[in-house]
Design a protein around this ligand. Structure first.
Ligand SMILES: Nc1ncnc2c1ncn2[C@@H]1O[C@H](COP(=O)(O)OP(=O)(O)OP(=O)(O)O)[C@@H](O)[C@H]1O
Ligand SMILES: [Mg+2]
Length: 267
């Protein structure tokens, strides 16, 4: 099955992105130019980030620094107040709602910490769900689903429901679902947060391999330096801005942790 939107080059360009969450429910202050109130949270305060080549990339930063907020905007689940987000050929910041729906289904794969699998569906049905929602023919989808699950070592788990799968297996189903349309970009928010260290290591290797074999960008939020040491580049977020970035592949995890906490402290 070929994706119906021909996936554009794997690139991400984020310019001057701001996002304020208004707990009072009013229009976001950074959109109106008004001053922020005491109940507003400036989650992103001018993020600039460029990725020009496929590969495996990490985003690190303290809790509350804006990592998940940034991924939400990239995934088209929310909109920036100001600034530009361009993924491949898509200007995500200015898409209409119906375009965003297609973008989310076809151009982006998202993997969350909680897997987000439907408990009533087996591994194969969970994997092909985005295609079913997109109105694709079931036969084609099933062939594609079997193929991807096979590549991820789950050929003998096609008809297991999530409750009958280990955490690592569930996470691989979530990856298979994200790969269904071969999107140019995969976003992962702490994908190994619920896994033991052996399953986590297997998952990083798999994401690294996926990025290089399929020429995709895999952008992963992580707290773990060892995870970032599998990534070619690591971006550090601090107080809603990118405080710095560095080449991280193969770095000793303790060195990497030191470098990222220095950036998060001083930048
Ligand atoms: N929907 C929302 N409404 C209000 N505030 C929000 C919302 N989403 C995030 N925030 C706030 O924005 C800030 C950034 O949150 P975000 O979830 O992006 O942090 P994070 O870096 O992912 O943290 P963690 O490492 O703990 O997951 C936090 O102060 C958070 O409370
Ligand atoms: Mg988060």
């Amino acid at each position: 099955m070929t994706p119906s939107i021909q996936s554009a080059d794997a690139t991400i360009s984020i310019r001057a992105v701001r996002k304020t969450y208004s707990l009072a429910g009013s229009v976001s202050p950074s959109k109106t130019g008004k001053k922020t109130g005491p109940r507003d949270v400036e989650a992103l305060r001018g993020v600039d980030l460029e990725i020009r080549e496929p590969g495996f990339y990490a985003v690190m930063g303290r809790s509350g620094s804006g990592k998940s907020s940034l991924l939400h905007l990239l995934a088209g689940l929310d909109r920036p107040d100001t600034g530009e987000i361009i993924v491949g050929g898509c200007a995500v910041h200015s898409m209409k709602e119906n375009e965003l729906v297609k973008y989310r289904r076809r151009e982006i794969g998202v993997i969350f910490q909680q897997f987000n699998l439907l408990t009533t569906l087996d591994a194969l049905a969970n994997t092909i769900l985005p295609g079913v929602l997109d109105g694709r023919p079931t036969k084609e989808l099933e062939t594609r689903g079997r193929e991807i699950l096979g590549e991820l070592g789950l050929s003998d788990r096609l008809h297991h429901r999530p409750e009958a799968l280990s955490g690592g297996e569930q996470q691989r189903v979530a990856i298979a679902r994200a790969l269904l349309f071969s999107p140019p970009v995969i976003l992962a928010d702490e994908p190994t947060g619920n896994l033991d260290s052996t399953s986590s290591a297997a998952l990083w290797r798999l994401l690294e391999e996926t990025a290089s074999k399929r020429k995709m960008i895999v952008l992963m939020v992580t707290h773990e330096a060892i995870a970032a040491s599998h990534c070619q580049r690591t971006f550090i977020l601090k107080d809603g801005r990118v405080a710095g970035e560095f080449e991280s592949h193969g770095l000793d995890p303790s060195q990497l942790a030191h470098r990222s906490s220095e950036l998060a402290r001083t930048a």
